[in-house]
Design a protein around this ligand. Structure first.
Ligand code: SF4
Length: 363
């Protein structure tokens, strides 16, 4: 197994709670933040084995919800990590938190990529999601980031909302493209248990419309020079998220913080979502020690999310078995679900929206 190179750190505080959210989060409360950061520092000291880290992602929750002093503490904790000179360092921001001072602080602390959860500019969609975003404000703040040299920017777009039409999605896409950022992550709305939408008994939209929306997104973004490198992710050449590719390449990474997941030393784990347990040092809630078969299954399930799929030679070198001998790949190539090309196996681009059904047949 290669040495761990990636770290995810979860900051579970938000200033408002979105209707669809099932992430691990709490309302921002200063009195809990300090205690949380102290526990995070302890977790990192207890578990990190001083590997050289070349990819770090601070996500949430809303990391940008922290105040100045709290951010200083967070960045002091990150100094515990042995960071590579060529690090990709991503920090998730809420649009309303972006100020000149915040950007200066991020840059001073080696952040070189930001991810902004915009989701939509459509007032009706925003009301449904219980979020705020204004196009002029977004444009101004993104220009400010770029002017300061922070040019590697992702924005999130959400679609397939109840009452959303293709026309609404196309309008959103047009505005997102005007932001001229190198990375766009898209999410088809899922109604997850324990969310406000679930409690209101909101239903998912018609599957055909969902598929049509996905197709519209793929075509529109590809026409504008974005590479569709993962089922839901699009990037200008060379600017795919290195950190997120860690997941899809089935490489190991540390997940630190409340509710964070990680994969380290052949163990996939999920940390507790209980703040009180976390603060008292009971970090891990679930662990799964992987055998060879489970590792191969993960390699396939995650690897086929990438549009370039899985390299068969790489698979053989990693597991010492032929992928085609272990899984019914040839049958799925015959049925047109999978494509074999240049030593790689990948999902037929026309069938990406039914990826889960294909994976079930395969694994
Ligand atoms: S979606 Fe993001 S900002 Fe909204 S409540 Fe969840 S973690 Fe917080």
């Amino acid at each position: 197994m290669d040495e761990i190179k990636a770290v995810y750190i979860h900051i579970p505080f938000c200033k408002q709670i979105c209707s669809y959210c099932d992430f691990c989060k709490f309302y921002y409360d200063q009195k809990w933040v300090r205690e949380y950061l102290m526990a995070l520092e302890k977790e990192i000291k207890d578990r990190y084995m001083d590997e050289k880290i070349s990819k770090i992602y601070i996500g949430g929750g809303t990391p940008s919800a922290l105040n100045n002093e709290e951010l200083d503490y967070l960045f002091a904790i990150i100094k515990l990590l042995n960071l590579d000179d060529n690090i990709e360092f991503t920090f998730e921001c809420n649009l309303s938190d972006i100020t000149e001072d915040l950007i200066d602080k991020l840059i001073a602390n080696r952040v070189n990529r930001i991810s902004i959860g915009i989701e939509s500019f459509d007032p009706e969609k925003l009301e449904f999601l219980e979020r705020n975003a204004d196009f002029e404000d977004a444009q101004r703040k993104i220009e400010m980031c770029k002017a300061k040299g922070l040019t590697n920017i992702n924005v999130d777009l959400m679609y397939a909302l109840q009452n959303e039409t293709l026309k609404m999605l196309k309008k959103d896409l047009k505005l997102f493209l005007k932001l001229d950022v190198p990375h766009i992550s898209t999410y088809s709305l899922m109604i997850e248990p324990n969310t406000k939408l679930y409690n209101k008994k909101i239903e998912a939209i018609d599957e055909d419309l969902d598929a049509k929306m996905y197709e519209t997104i793929c075509k529109t973004l590809e026409n504008e020079g974005y590479e569709h490198y993962e089922v839901s992710n699009f990037a200008k050449p060379g600017l795919a998220s290195k950190h997120n590719l860690t997941y899809w390449d089935n490489e190991e990474y540390y997940g630190f913080g409340l509710g964070a997941s990680g994969y380290a030393f052949r163990v996939r784990y999920t940390n507790t979502r209980s703040l009180t347990k976390y603060i008292t040092g009971n970090y891990v809630m679930e662990k799964e020690m992987l055998g060879e078969k489970e590792m191969m299954d993960y390699e396939i399930i995650l690897g086929l999310r990438k549009t370039k799929g899985i390299n068969l030679k790489h698979f053989y070198e990693k597991f010492n078995v032929n992928l085609q001998n272990q899984y019914p790949v040839d049958d799925l190539v015959k049925s047109g679900d999978l494509i074999y090309k240049d030593g790689n196996i990948f999902i037929n681009p026309d069938k990406l929206y039914i990826m889960n059904e294909i994976l079930i047949k395969l694994v």
